[in-house]
Design a protein around this ligand. Structure first.
Ligand code: GLP
Length: 264
């Protein structure tokens, strides 16, 4: 696991974008990017849009797969992740909308929709780089605590904590769906690279558990300790509880040139 401690949210966004751009350049124009919703990756998406505007990156032929979607929100619902991905990823990054997929939480047969989603990822050749945020309870995607560490895309029940955390996007807690379709932890682990970005003091406990705690389904993101190419990008506030912070800083400052992220 590479842990990169940044001075603030903007630097975390720039370094997350730099990691995505590095993999995209290595893979080529048909790169497959796993994209996340939530506020955490927004600075990274802005930084990627900046690289594209400057002619330093082109994602026009890339494909993207979102992590998750609420169950029961119709197409075009402003709080649906379909809509969030369209507004924060597809349009600003100039992706071809026909190559951007989000699980179908409005499908009449959700179990089939989940299986179809797994097949679509495989048919695209698998995810080259997965962008992740993390919930305050350590969830990645919508894999809530006690999710199987080898789970695949499926229906999950949201915890009350997640519904409370996400009610700010809705009219109130009652309007927040109770279920979702989410890629499983096993699905996420199949991505060739993962980059998780977390900022703010409210994420410090989850970051500590994911990076330095035991691998446990109680902190689902801790499964990333088993991933061979995982990068964790945090700001000072989210890094506050890390025991080995000085070591991570020293490691990053002394990376040989070939391992450095290109400056975004
Ligand atoms: C949601 C999403 C996750 C996201 C998390 C954190 O529940 N399903 O993919 O990482 O919340 O959100 P935020 O980045 O807004 O803190």
């Amino acid at each position: 696991m590479d842990v990169i401690i940044c001075s603030d949210q903007d630097q975390a966004g720039a370094r997350t974008a730099a990691k995505v751009a590095q993999v995209a350049r290595q893979v080529g124009p048909r790169v497959v990017i796993g994209v996340a919703t939530g506020s955490s990756p927004l600075q990274a998406y802005s930084a990627l849009a900046g690289l594209i505007a400057a002619g330093r990156l082109d994602l026009g032929q890339a494909s993207a797969f979102a992590l998750d979607e609420y169950v029961g929100l119709p197409w075009g619902h402003p709080q649906s992740y379909h809509e969030a991905i369209r507004q924060t990823v597809t349009e600003p990054l100039g992706l071809d909308p026909t190559r951007v997929q989000v699980p179908n939480g409005f499908a009449p047969d959700l179990a089939q929709a989940a299986r179809d989603y797994e097949h679509a990822i495989v048919d695209a050749g698998g995810v080259d780089i997965q962008i992740l945020g993390v919930g305050s309870n350590g969830h990645i995607g919508f894999n809530e605590p006690t999710s199987s560490l080898s789970s695949r895309t499926r229906i999950k029940t949201l915890t009350e904590q997640t519904r409370i955390d996400n009610q700010r996007f809705f009219g109130g807690l009652e309007e927040v769906p109770r279920h979702c379709l989410t890629q499983g932890l096993g699905t996420i682990m199949d991505a060739r690279h993962v980059v998780l970005v977390a900022t703010g003091g409210h994420k410090a406990r989850a970051v500590k558990a994911i990076v330095e705690g035991p691998i446990t389904a109680m902190w689902p993101g801790s499964v990333l300790q088993l991933h061979r190419q995982a990068t964790i990008v945090v700001d000072e506030a989210a890094a506050a509880d890390l025991e080995l912070a000085a070591y991570y800083r020293k490691m990053y400052d002394n990376l040989p040139d070939w391992q450095r992220l290109p400056l975004a």
